[in-house]
Design a binder for this molecule. Sequence first.
Ligand SMILES: *Cc1c(COP(=O)(O)O)cnc(C)c1O
Length: 487
Amino acid sequence: MNDPRQPPRRRSWAEPYKVKMVEPLRMTTRAERATALARAGFNTFLLDSDDVYIDLLTDSGTGAMSDRQWAGLMLGDEAYAGSRNFHHLEAAVREHYGFPHVIPTHQGRGAEHLLSQLCIEPGDVVPGNMYFTTTKFHQELAGGRFVDVIIDEAHDPESEHPFKGNVDLAKLRALIDKVGAARVAYLSLETNVNMAGGQPCSLKNVRDTCALCHEHGIKVFLDATRALENCYFIKMREDGQRSRSVKEILRELCSYADGCTVSGKKDCLVNIGGFLALNDDELADRARNLCVVYEGLHTYGGLAGRDLEAMAIGIAESADDDTTRARLGQVAYLGRRLTDAGVPIVRPVGGHGVFLDAARIVEHVPRAQFPAQALTAAIYLDSGVRAMERGTVSAGRDPATGANLIPSLELVRLTIPRRVYTQAHMDVVAESVAAVYEQREAIVGLRFTYEPEHLRFFQARFEPVEGTGILRAPAAASVSSDPPCSG
Ligand SMILES: *Cc1c(COP(=O)(O)O)cnc(C)c1O
């Protein structure tokens, strides 16, 4: 570490904030959890949050706001038009992301909707570095076709590539040659790629990718939802970046692109909100006009004035080295504890969570019996920790054949909300996952009792393929009970 801003011999990622207010959590017994799990059809999305001890379902809108942000809520200017909070947000986005035009939206997908409607013609292709659910959905709704141009390493859970979010320039060039630049609506470039496990792009890759697109007259829009986390990885991993601040790196990253969409529920440290930011005057005028139709007037975009204020303050708070260091440090800490316990996880650990390699952990459960779903249920039963399946259930069925799609990755996602849990909570998670790992052979597969037609992972219900519990009976008796509260 040769960052001149750091005190000497600093070794910890410790948080640059302290706790002022607490939210009590309910501790449950193993018997209560077994009942709750059965009631939820072995799907953690259907659990009541009151039955959850540590909630690692998602990092979206689940972060803790600062005292400044809470104070900002009281400064909400709820005028219909021209709220002063809008101007604060606009100034924060201009300062940190560098785009002159800022259009608030109710959340990230609102911005994606506007951008897709404005820039995609039916029959266009929209290349991107791995898909994200809502992003791809809006591209398709506008008549576009998503084409993945991420590097192959992103699909390999064991590849240690430092920038698994990078665009494969050869794939992008081949696509442009094949369909012609005129049929490429724009490149959708996601920072810290969510579906790849929170994996970053390098600054060099962003620069080269944007240069290639611009040579062909193709615009590049960032999904900058987790751009700051990406910038910290650039600082730590890319040549010549160590002494720069994440704030400086973010400005450079955005300077190569034509605009961005952001879900404020991630990096921007708010529970609701998002924005679209653009360079082009004419496109921005059209976006403001469409905003009125779908989101609300262009100075509030579906948000209250107080929400705009909280997001403006959150942007400045998150564009800070100590804050992003603590964020990524906590995720890395959990990853390290799990690796030390011998639990197979996706490497390298990404920005927003740790992904368990369920295909390896519960090898004895066939993919058609949803190993990651079963592992997610077993972790909840053990400790009340709520994770999410990202595997065969999430992948759904092939629309043509009706067969289950078997994705290359069968994962359980432990997503860490920002500024919410302590290191001791991470220890509980690691100990619970390690305990379940020890008992992995007792985990039984699942089958559907109800399978929804769309995005089935949210509402599906299951039952064990044998017995009534997620663990085979004899082994279940020897599993530790209740969250650890001593020693
Ligand atoms: C969450 C997310 C979105 C969508 O944002 P919402 O605020 O949930 O609508 C888009 N892109 C990425 C990468 C995300 O993580």
